[in-house]
Design a protein around this ligand. Structure first.
Ligand SMILES: Nc1ncnc2c1ncn2[C@@H]1O[C@H](COP(=O)(O)OP(=O)(O)OP(=O)(O)O)[C@@H](O)[C@H]1O
Length: 736
């Protein structure tokens, strides 16, 4: 029996707030290291001897601490196993391994054949539960790495160097577009998939670790748990993250390629530190966007996920500074609070069943869906429940949601009656039995006769279909009205949002780089700068001039006094701008800018947007006020819908004026300059039109003589070349 309609509602927050759990693990000394007692474990505290004052012992307390002899099983049973229970109850959980390079993160997360780590143990345990549970449990995985600030899918062979995009849906959930999710049916299958995927991961030998992870690896396990008797489906997810280790390049003695990786690793870890700092300070702005890693992990730090961070420590005096910094980072992390939420769906049929049974029998029944929570949340989107006329609210399911989840059309309900462990206490497992053991017979035996059920189904379907038809009609009407007037604008607004996002990320990048550089030693600065120059040169050789310029500019942050670099940058800028042959090397000539010029003219023909480069160049040049004046003056004439007057505008002849009038007559007044494209005004014409309008508007605004110098005009609005209309529209929308 199938029910055609299900509905999305809200799951509420069963654990109001939960601090990030911090666990610390000190690895044993490796054979080539000289043992000392700089770092020690004392109960739930780590003690380190102050290097500056050996009589002073610094003590840091965490939720749990493990010494060099701790077995993988112990850590798993104490701290990971209890989390699985929450995941099976529809919560999202994240476990990160954090620490300096070579401190044991991969050992903890992945482990080895003899000493399997958290990842294999988690999967093995989940399959054990799946195979014995009375509920239907489905397990899927995705696996990605963030390497040099690009996100790559590790479940498929790498086919592009650009990587996957991070997106945000309308409910502000972060997800990685086009990331593979693979259904896994057994532990053996997982092992096969995982070991193949691990081979795709970027690792390399450094002086401090022969198998150093050069990327952050994120394994997501999606667990769907269906309880047919209760009619509920719970969606839990666990992210298992092996972060790349922070590196002191003086010690790693990295070469150029490793240095470029290292710069990306250090930068993203710095961003993570900034996020943790901001969260622990209760700042209003949390800089999640400063790196891909913090953006993806947004939900795990201060979000709706349960989180645990495992701090890995390398023992010994040689790592004193790293240990000290790591422990201070961990102390700040302890202060972060998350607000975990359950992701649950309840089948409509089950709710109906519950309601019908509850009334005539006058018995108190436990309905898994408690709507009161959802009702009390005034901020969330509401719509009526066809069963009860009560309102249910729309939930944004946990962050990093997948497209499939977001499109789900089932009922999400609050689960206030689900009890949760305080997973911050050590060894708090044992609640799996509560969820998956023998269920209370009374609650499952409330079964309706087939006939009764069919009747309910019929009524429900009719009521819901009527409801849907009504809503559909209303929506179609709204959309057609909107489309008529707003479609061109809203489409360009979407483009604009993407551009804005990109630019914001760029700006963040440029603002964080100088801060990071302050922390480096002069040697590291030179190494980083040189590595970037080498990378820039590679791009330049392939005629990728814009990226080359960007990289040289980054190198300049490290090497501000490097005169030849500054000369190269200005030569390259000039070359890109003019497309001319530029001599910038003593030993030869390079044709630069050729390709860019070709792209531009082609872009014009095909009405493609200009490169980001040209956008940034034009973007900050005109004030909102001036644009407003320009827009108004043009649209005033256009909207007269009088061909004669429209023809008075520069570049508009008979035919074009007629097209504009026809467009206005059938679509109504043109509200945005960008919409002129739809009335047959090309980019070239628009550029002329705006040029004149700008002069006129400025004249009106400032009473300046026509030929006077305009600061904004002189400073780079290149209206002497054709403007691509999409590009132009973006500029205008930015100012709107
Ligand atoms: N708890 C432990 N017990 C035994 N050996 C360990 C432990 N932790 C780490 N090691 C060993 O230390 C070495 C470095 O560990 P690992 O590769 O896990 O470090 P990492 O933090 O992941 O480094 P990177 O950030 O460079 O990838 C490995 O040889 C590993 O086997």
């Amino acid at each position: 029996m199938q029910f055609p309609i299900k509905k999305i509602t809200k799951t509420d927050n069963p654990i109001s707030q939960q601090k990030v759990k911090v666990v610390c693990r000190v690895r044993p000394f490796l054979p080539h290291e000289f043992p000392d007692d700089t770092v020690g474990v004392d109960g739930n505290s780590i003690k380190i001897t102050n290097q500056r004052n050996p009589t002073e012992i610094l003590k840091y307390s965490f939720n749990a601490c493990y010494g060099p002899t701790t077995a993988q099983t112990e850590l798993f049973n104490n701290d990971v196993y209890p989390l699985l229970d929450h995941v099976l109850k529809g919560l999202n959980a994240t476990i990160f391994a954090y620490g300096v390079t070579g401190s044991g993160k991969t050992h903890t997360m992945q482990g080895s054949q003899e000493h399997p780590g958290i990842i294999p143990r988690t999967l093995r345990r989940l399959f054990e539960i799946k195979n014995t549970s009375i509920n239907r449990i489905d397990i899927k995985v995705s696996y990605m790495e963030i390497y040099k600030e690009n996100v790559y899918d590790l479940l498929v062979p790498r086919d592009s160097i650009t990587g996957l995009a991070i997106r945000e849906d309308m409910n502000r959930n972060i997800f990685v577009a086009n990331l593979t999710e693979k259904e896994i049916n057994s532990y053996a299958e997982f092992e096969k998939v995982y070991s193949a995927a691990c081979k795709h991961r970027s690792t390399a030998a450094t002086k401090l670790n022969v198998h150093s992870s050069r990327s952050h690896a994120i394994l997501c396990i999606y667990v769907t748990c269906r309880d047919d008797a209760r009619g509920t489906t719970l969606f839990g997810k666990i992210n298992l993250i092996d972060l790349a280790g922070s590196e002191d390049n003086r010690r790693t003695e990295n070469g150029k390629e490793r240095l470029v990786e290292s710069a990306a690793i250090n930068k993203s870890l710095f961003a993570l530190g900034q996020v943790v700092e901001a969260l622990s300070q209760g700042s209003s702005r949390i800089p999640y966007r400063d790196s891909k890693m913090t953006r993806i992990l947004q939900d795990s730090l201060g979000g709706r996920s349960l989180s645990m961070i495992i701090i890995n420590i390398s023992p010994g005096q040689a790592f004193y500074t790293d240990t000290y910094n790591t422990l201070n980072f961990a102390t700040r992390t302890k202060e972060i609070e998350n607000r975990p939420e359950v992701n649950q769906i309840t089948d409509v049929r089950h709710v109906a069943e519950q309601l019908v049974l509850a009334k005539p029998q006058k018995t108190t029944r436990v309905v898994p869906a408690e709507r009161s929570n959802a009702q009390s949340d005034g901020k969330k989107q509401r719509f009526s429940d066809p069963l009860s006329d009560k309102t249910l609210s729309l939930n944004n399911k946990g962050a990093m949601s997948t497209k499939n989840e977001r499109l789900s059309d089932s009922i999400f309900v609050s689960t206030k009656n689900v009890k949760f462990h305080d997973f911050s206490s050590k060894g708090s497992h044992g609640c799996l039995a509560e969820t998956f053991g023998t269920r209370n017979a009374a609650s499952t035996k409330a079964v309706l006769s087939e006939k009764q059920l069919e009747e309910i189904e019929k009524k429900l379907t009719m009521k819901m279909e009527a409801n849907i038809d009504e809503k559909l009609e209303k929506r179609i009407k709204e959309i057609s009205v909107k489309q008529e007037f707003l479609s061109p604008v809203s489409q360009q607004k979407a483009n604009f949002e993407e551009t804005l996002q990109e630019r914001l990320e760029q700006r963040m990048e440029t603002s964080i780089e100088p801060q990071l550089v302050q922390l480096l030693t002069p040697e590291t600065k030179i190494k980083n700068g040189r590595a970037l120059i080498a990378l820039g040169r590679m791009h330049e050789k392939q005629d990728e001039l814009v990226p080359a310029l960007e990289i040289y500019e980054k190198a300049q942050v490290y090497l501000p006094e490097y005169v030849r670099l500054a000369t190269k940058i200005s030569a390259l800028k000039e070359g890109i701008k003019t497309g001319k042959v530029i001599k910038y090397k003593a030993n030869g000539q390079r044709r630069i800018g050729e390709r860019l010029r070709r792209e531009r003219s082609q872009g014009d023909k095909e009405n493609k947007p200009y490169s980001r480069d040209s956008l940034t160049k034009d973007q900050p040049m005109m004030s909102t006020e001036n644009w407003q004046l320009v827009k108004e003056s043009i649209l005033k004439v256009i909207n007269t819908a009088d061909a004669k007057q429209i023809k008075s505008l520069k570049g508009i002849g008979n035919a074009r004026a007629r097209t504009i009038v026809e467009y206005i007559n059938s679509h109504g007044p043109i509200l945005e300059i960008s919409s002129l494209e739809y009335a047959g005004v090309s980019g070239k014409v628009l550029s002329k039109l705006v040029k004149v309008a700008m002069r006129r508007a400025m004249l009106e605004a400032s009473n300046m003589p026509l030929n006077d110098h305009w600061p904004f005009y002189d400073r780079k609005i290149h209206l002497d070349r054709p403007i691509n209309i999409t590009h132009y529209a973006r500029l205008i929308i930015i100012r709107d």
